[in-house]
Design a protein. Sequence first.
Length: 154
Amino acid sequence: MGRLLLDAFNWFDASLLASLKEQGWPDLSRSLSMVMAYLDSDGIRISELARRLGVSRQAAQKSVKELERLKLVKTEVDPTNSSAKTVVLTDQGKANVTAALDAFSEIEMQLSRRIGSADLASMRKTLEKDWGAPITVKKKRITNRSTERASPAG
């Protein structure tokens, strides 16, 4: 199931990125697309962005620099902490997000035609459910009997 979810995400992201490129937006990598997905209108600290992405602060900063080069974001001093930087969308970045949201709607409409509206509605309903905290499966300890030594009786 994990592979299916990942494949579905990759299909959706590839559709989005191709649609944006077709509309004349910069050709973004999947990692830059993920950064854009975590930005909001209020801005986000680079440290929080890194945490959400599951990457180092340096990796997040590198992606932000690339998005700055593309004029989609800018960094500002965090108004609540002068030693922190906040990433905010530029006007061009906001327009890119609007174009992405419009593309999402069209992609979903075309996907509905491909897989059926009932299946798409069911998929959305399932994905919107609260899945709870991540699950940790504990592995049973495996011992290698050939390396175990009997303790002397005593």
